[in-house]
Design a protein. Structure first.
Length: 158
């Protein structure tokens, strides 16, 4: 089916509100970058007290911080995804709320059900965050050196 046919069927089956199924869990996922950057900054600050950070440090910090954030928020992704899918007409299988989704997944699939498919998400997310933080740190250093060389920034004293 195309987009218009799908939209018509959604409205016919569940009403206009069906377009917003799973929005609440999506809003909760705003916590993911908050957790990621908090973990990143806390660990970075501890390391920076003892030595200068390298590009590899930023790569590892990106990986650790994204692993923490994804591990904490991934169950929401599972519930959100399932709520957005056309759900069963059987009330025992349908999720009436986020908490109902959590309860039913844990009841019928165990806690592992909340983490189905996480391995591919972890690989993709961690690599992306690792390279992002490493590139960001390198770019900041490059721009600082460039601005210093152009006389637009005072030279850092050691």
């Amino acid at each position: 089916m195309g987009t218009i046919e799908t939209a018509r069927e959604m409205i016919k089956d569940k009403g206009f509100k069906s377009f917003w199924q799973g929005v609440a869990p999506a809003l909760i996922l705003v916590a993911n970058p908050i957790i990621q950057y908090t973990v990143f900054e806390k660990i970075k600050a501890k390391i920076a007290k003892t030595r200068a950070l390298t590009s590899f440090d930023f790569f590892i910090l990106g990986a650790i911080s994204k692993l923490a954030a994804t591990s904490i928020t991934y169950p929401y992704i599972v519930v959100k995804s399932r709520m957005q899918l056309k759900q069963s007409d059987d009330a025992r299988e349908r999720y009436s709320s986020i908490m109902d989704g959590f309860r039913k997944i844990i009841k019928y699939e165990g806690v592992a059900g909340l983490y189905k498919g996480i391995s591919s998400k972890i690989v993709q997310s961690i690599l992306t965050a690792s390279f992002l933080f490493m590139a960001q740190a390198s770019l900041v250093q490059y721009v600082a050196r460039l601005l210093t060389a152009l006389g637009m920034r005072a030279q850092k004293r050691i």
